[in-house]
Design a protein around this ligand. Sequence first.
Ligand code: SF4
Length: 275
Amino acid sequence: MNCTLTPPDTLSKRSDDPLQYISASRLKCWQECSLKWYFRYIEQIPTVTSPALLVGKVVHEVLQFWNLSRWRGRDSSVKRMQQVFEACWAQLCEESDMHWEPLEKEGKEKTKAWSILEFYFQNTPIPEDEKPEAVEVRVERDLDAHGLPPLLGIIDLVRDGGRIVDFKTTAQTPKHSMVRHTNEIQMGIYGLLYREATGHTESGFEIHSMVKTKQPKLVITTMEPLFPDQTRKLVRLMESYVRGVVAEEFLPSPGMHCQWCDYFRQCRAWKGGSS
Ligand code: SF4
């Protein structure tokens, strides 16, 4: 298909071209609700960091440090990670301008964040001496052949042997079937990017879901390497996404996900326009 990367009207009013590249998060947001996508990527309405998002960010930062430490052969002990956690928590609270209401809430969230990390370090299937193949690697893939913008992504971790790992924090214990269903696009994109960067096929995927229950849990969901059918499906989704953005099809998709939408107020005030 042919598409213009800087379509007329609303999109051209912004300096950032939302179709400069495609990413898993943009595609996922579009699939959830195109109006939400519009508020996030066209209007760029600032959002407030929720405690759940803060916990997720801190956990992600500490795991990134842990993976980098193992990669570089540095101290990756639980004791060291606790020090890193303390520093990350303080820094991200400040950067996110967190206002804890009531004040005790910070202590509860912080305890919860460390307890899922500690549980992870005690129960991870990744041996401490396993050297990663890559950590937080940024990869771009040209999709010119499909008439699409380039694909861009950052892969959390590639384990030895080409096993792509993504870390998630979640409030409820997930079912494997649901994890596979909701993450197929993201993992598919990572698979395409990995193949571009290495010239090899990934050996599979692992999603490490850290569950924020009172007694933390760890659910490891595995997925097979990308099949040709899945690649075709991904291309169809990306084509549909680009068509929708170019046509400015920004419409609400009400559902359960509206409960945690950052743009609920703007959505309720929306009058049917796109600017
Ligand atoms: S509240 Fe729901 S329908 Fe409205 S923008 Fe958010 S996700 Fe979309």
